[in-house]
Design a protein around this ligand. Structure first.
Ligand code: FUL
Length: 473
């Protein structure tokens, strides 16, 4: 095959390397981010007073006695979610209502004063260990109960609670700081001392990423599982980013989740980075709920909502391919019901979702691979992954069987490089794409039955470095 367009031929007219490109490529993931990148799919659990008051946002006046799950079983949560392919759980230790699901010294407004009377975070941390899941914590900065909210002392209160969480529950993989921020009981708005919060986490939990209102993982910009066409990990990040998250976040109690849509925004193109000083590795995470609310509600609550307020297994599968296969992580919320158990309604959806995902990636199609250069010369690649050298355009693959799914990953330890690629089967172009990053999933529903599949990188920042290419039946 005669290849005319490749990163090492014209690179679409863009420089392959210069000082500016070197500046982008110097931005690389931290150890904690690399650990997080491996997770790809994990869950949110929203559970608290709202589960019992049938609300999405509590106002902080709820009596502790309303929290009364009769069959709470964190092992069941872990079993169900692990079966769905999950790698971890981020739990609402405190939502905006200020009710704490852990044993805290700093307020009485907690599970310890409820009829349930036990530390739910402690139980969940034990179950997570038992089932091999990682534990993450959602601790809402906005607190509608705490009297100090709106004063500088609230920062002390928040830091004290963070320290309790950081030191009492084993290893935490993620702290998730929500962007919703309103006025407190006293009508005052809070100044959040983010830098102080981050320092506590770095000190006690150095492996934890700080997500959303934090520097390690960014909100994708919507709650519908949509990624950008070109999702970049190297972007400009400043303290102002938190304000932006806040201004784009949910503004009031609502069950509609797809209203925000920031995916059109370009964050990481050359044009965007050119004038940016604070470049940071900040990958995307898509948070989506299995129902149209974050907390559990019965069918009656959803009677007027689209599709009865529920996502179908097919929708979840589509979101999985779109996010995990679009250089983002998939954070799926599955809220337990008033018994304290994940309801059969959600279990059925999860099971069907997991069956499809497992089936898609079950049967590997083996192939031989050679690196090809622009003159048609062929070379054996290195043992694991490959870096294209001067004149090398991509890889030639000879699959032993028909395949329906192709997955390509960049070796993101060396930053994110590929800006555009093309794939040919027996000389015919079958697809094109832009960014790859931590992973690109491509489907060919009718299957590709070809003797020769060629992957060409047509535009790149520096030499492309590919971690793996995989084919599945
Ligand atoms: C939002 C919150 O207001 C919702 O209640 C939920 O916790 C979601 C994940 O973040 O901003």
């Amino acid at each position: 095959m005669n290849i005319k367009r490749a990163w090492c031929i014209k690179n679409n007219g863009f420089p392959v390397i210069n000082d500016e490109i070197k500046r982008y490529l110097a931005v690389r993931p931290s150890e904690r981010q690399l650990l997080w990148h491996e997770m790809k799919y994990y869950n949110f659990i929203h559970f608290g007073v709202n589960t019992f008051t049938n609300r999405e946002w509590g106002d902080g006046t709820e009596d502790e006695s309303v929290f009364n799950p009769t069959e709470l079983d964190t092992d069941q949560w872990c079993r169900v979610l692990k079966d769905s392919g999950s790698k971890g759980i981020i739990f609402t230790a405190k939502h905006h209502d200020g009710f704490c699901l852990f044993d805290t010294k700093y307020t009485d407004h907690s599970v310890m004063k409820s009829p349930y009377g036990k530390d739910v975070v402690k139980q969940l941390s034990g179950s997570c260990k038992k089932f091999g899941l990682k534990l993450g914590i959602y601790l809402s900065p906005w607190d509608r109960h705490e009297p100090t909210y709106g004063t500088y002392e609230y920062n002390d209160f928040f830091v004290n609670q963070l320290t309790e969480i950081c030191t009492g529950y084993g290893e935490i993989f993620c702290f998730w700081f929500d962007g919703a921020c309103g006025e407190g009981k006293n009508g005052r708005k809070q100044f959040y001392d983010w830098e102080r919060y981050y320092a506590v986490i770095r000190k006690y939990q150095p492996n934890a990423v700080i997500a959303n209102c934090g520097p390690d993982v960014r909100w994708i910009g919507n709650e519908g599982g949509k990624v950008r066409k070109s999702e970049w990990n190297v972007i400009e990040w400043t303290a102002k980013t938190n304000e932006k998250v806040a201004s784009n976040s949910q503004k009031d109690e609502t069950i509609g989740l797809t209203m925000f849509d920031r995916v059109e925004e370009d964050l990481g193109s050359r044009e965007m980075l050119e004038n940016a000083d604070n470049l940071r590795w900040c990958p995307a995470e898509a948070d989506v709920s299995i129902t149209h609310g974050w907390f559990w509600h019965d069918d009656e609550y959803y009677k007027d909502a689209k599709n009865g307020g529920k996502r179908t297994a097919e929708e979840l599968v589509r979101i999985y391919y779109n996010t995990v296969g679009g250089n983002a992580a998939f954070l799926l919320n599955v809220p337990p019901d008033t018994r304290g158990l994940i309801n059969d309604r959600e279990i059925n959806t999860l099971n069907n979702f997991a069956v499809t995902i497992r089936k898609t990636f079950r049967d590997n199609v083996p192939f031989e691979m050679l690196i090809i250069d622009k003159d048609g010369e062929e070379f054996l690649p290195g043992a694991a992954g490959f870096m294209l050298q001067e004149n090398e355009v991509g890889a030639k693959i000879t699959p032993v069987d028909k395949f329906r799914t192709m997955v390509i990953e960049e070796d993101i330890r060396y930053s994110q490089r590929v800006e555009e690629f093309e794939i040919f089967a027996d000389g015919k172009k079958i697809t094109t794409g832009t960014t790859i990053g931590s992973g690109k999933i491509m489907h060919f529903p009718d299957g590709i039955d070809a003797d020769e599949v060629i992957f060409v990188v047509t535009q790149s920042r520096g030499n492309p470095i590919i971690k793996s290419i995989k084919l599945y039946k």
